[in-house]
Design a protein around this ligand. Structure first.
Ligand code: APR
Length: 258
């Protein structure tokens, strides 16, 4: 990946300048430059300390209702560890560039698969969190949210309302996405003029299909990713590299030229 200059086609710059309905779908790659591992790239095959402890588990084997049923404490502890990791990181220039884009485009929707909350921390407002938020905790049975819990207990903390086990408010493999967030995302994707797919491998549905829905409705699709994905062939513009480098330059090229 190069840090060299990125050339943005004049046609794209003009389109973005006049655009009033824009969608950006983001994935783990956008948070990679904040120091968070991407999900699939993810796990340390080796490591020391607590990271090393988790290296023997595949994320896919921990982020599921079956895993939670099988060993709730193991899954709870993994999320407690990840929550701490997320608390220690800050948004990177890619997050800030997306927040700034929102200032320039009246109908801007940011759809994220990330559960880290970094987009809001960077100032993005119209954010749809398709996979939930790792800092929220709720009851696995009655859905009641809780603000206070103890991570250092022998067993998984329980809901004060019904006594059910607490769990992170994230979407696990095999679970449905929050309906309101998904419906709003589909609507935005179908109505947009330009659809950005940024730092996502595009293999997890239904998020991955949003870019294709936008494309089928005539939107210009722009992909920013470190490497090719299943979307690359269909995209109208592809920029390979780091989103934390490309996005600020794009914002500069489109909205800051006087
Ligand atoms: N800039 C741009 N792209 C990057 C960067 C970067 N700095 N670093 C990595 N990438 C790209 C990788 O090339 C990869 O295509 O980001 C993508 C990250 O892919 P995944 O780890 O698969 O993450 P994501 O697409 O967000 O996964 C979707 O799957 O497992 C579930 O819930 C989990 O939200 C996650 C979802």
């Amino acid at each position: 990946m190069s840090a060299g200059p990125v050339a943005f086609p004049a046609q794209l710059v003009t389109l973005l300048r006049g655009s009033s309905r824009l969608v950006a779908l983001t994935g783990a790659g956008v948070s990679q430059e904040s120091g968070l591992r991407t999900f699939r790239d993810a796990h340390p095959s080796t490591g020391s300390g607590r990271a090393g402890l988790w290296s023997q588990h595949k994320p896919e084997d921990l982020a599921s209702p079956e895993a939670f049923r099988r060993d709730p404490k193991l899954v709870w502890d993994w999320y407690a560890w990840r929550r701490e990791a997320v608390k220690a990181v800050r948004p990177n220039p890619g997050h800030y560039a997306l927040a700034e884009m929102e200032q320039h485009v009246p109908g801007f929707t940011l759809i994220t698969q990330n559960v880290d909350g970094l987009h809001r921390m960077a100032g993005s407002q119209n954010v749809l969190e398709l996979h939930g938020n790792i800092q929220r905790v709720r009851c696995a049975e009655c859905y009641t949210f809780t603000e206070v819990w103890d991570d250092d207990t022998e067993s998984v903390p329980r809901c004060r309302v019904c006594g059910g086990l607490l769990r992170p408010d994230v979407v696990w493999f095999g679970e449905s996405l929050p309906r309101d967030q998904l419906e709003a995302a589909v609507e935005a994707a179908r109505a947009c003029e330009v659809f950005f797919s940024i730092g996502t491998s595009g293999v997890v549905q239904p998020a991955a299909s949003l870019a294709f829905a936008a494309h089928n409705r005539g939107a210009v699709v722009v992909e920013i990713n470190a490497e090719p994905t299943p979307l690359t062939q269909k995209a109208d513009h592809v920029f390979h590299g780091r989103s934390g480098e490309i996005l600020p330059r794009l914002v500069e090229a489109v909205w800051k030229i006087t």
